[in-house]
Design a protein around this ligand. Structure first.
Ligand code: UDP
Length: 274
């Protein structure tokens, strides 16, 4: 019997700040379930000391300082370009969000053998029409997508491709995110908005169902067999606080309540004066 080809797989992983909490579980589950017949190496951008970093020679750690939100995710393309030469030695490259956990064996069906890229449909938009997707709608952004365009909404949490093609993607999205930053623009969902823009007119990708990045603790999502779980970060830390969303939304809410109270008071005074 002919021996099956063994591929060299590079996994790109960022865990800066609180996200290092996910590493051990991610690593152990990937070792067990992700393409177990193939050669995997982990390229990790972190500011922490990590489980198995000194014992596993397939773990390559690069110091990455905490850039705060959203730069820890938006600046990913710049981080990856730092190790471009090393990445050229692999057959496939995949980025994986810190909070992913493999629950079942994922084999060659994940690899873009005929295609160039592998993408996963976002569970949260599975039932929506393209005009309802939260693509970036700012015409000034390089990630802009008009309402009458688009077919799928894919997630930024897990994606990759053949080495040459994914390195091309990294290069283009680095240029695009930098151009936006120079114009003081940050696309709505950061790297994810740029990724969705990148694939808009392409058809050279393998599209996997949401079971390959399946959100934990979320209702109203399609029922798919879960191969890769996106662990609920709120079980481990306050994501709203980390992203500065709460304060922002609270102040927005306060303004709205104030406006409504003023409106109500004005109406009452008016009716009294009548
Ligand atoms: N990330 C990180 N530290 C942070 C914020 C983000 O390391 O403080 C990295 C991490 O790899 C994470 C990814 O950026 O999985 C995307 O960020 P986040 O998980 O918050 O985005 P979402 O889950 O909403 O896609």
């Amino acid at each position: 019997m002919q021996k099956k080809q063994q591929y060299k797989i590079a996994i790109l992983y960022i865990c800066v700040g609180k996200y290092d909490i996910f590493w051990k579980n991610f690593f152990l589950s990937a070792e067990k379930f992700f393409l177990p017949q193939h050669h995997k190496e982990y390229f990790i951008f972190t500011d922490k000391k990590l489980y198995a970093q000194d014992t596993c020679s397939r773990i390559h750690k690069f110091y990455q300082k905490n850039l705060g939100w959203p730069f820890n995710t938006l600046k990913r393309f710049e981080m990856f370009l730092r190790i471009k030469e090393q990445l050229k030695n692999f057959d496939f490259i995949f980025f994986m969000n810190a909070n992913l956990e493999f629950l079942k064996e994922v084999n060659e069906e994940f690899l873009p053998i005929e295609e160039n890229l592998t993408l996963v449909q976002h569970a949260g938009f599975y039932y929506n029409k393209p005009a309802e997707f939260t693509y970036d709608r700012n015409p000034k952004s390089t990630a802009y997508i008009p309402y009458d365009k688009g077919k799928y909404y894919v997630c930024g949490g897990i994606n990759g491709g053949k080495s040459k093609n994914y390195l091309e993607l990294i290069e283009v999205l680095y240029q695009n995110t930098e151009k936006d930053l120079q114009n003081s623009i940050i696309a709505l969902w950061h790297d994810e908005s740029h990724l969705n823009h990148y694939i808009l007119d392409r058809n050279d990708y393998k599209l996997l169902h949401p079971g390959y990045c399946y959100p934990q603790d979320q209702d109203n999502i399609p029922k798919y067999e879960c191969f890769i779980l996106a662990r609920n970060k709120d079980r481990y830390f306050d994501t709203f606080k980390l992203k500065g969303w709460k304060r922002h939304q609270e102040s927005k809410l306060k303004k709205l309540v104030k406006k409504l109270i003023h409106k109500k008071v004005r109406t009452v005074i008016k009716s009294l004066l009548k």
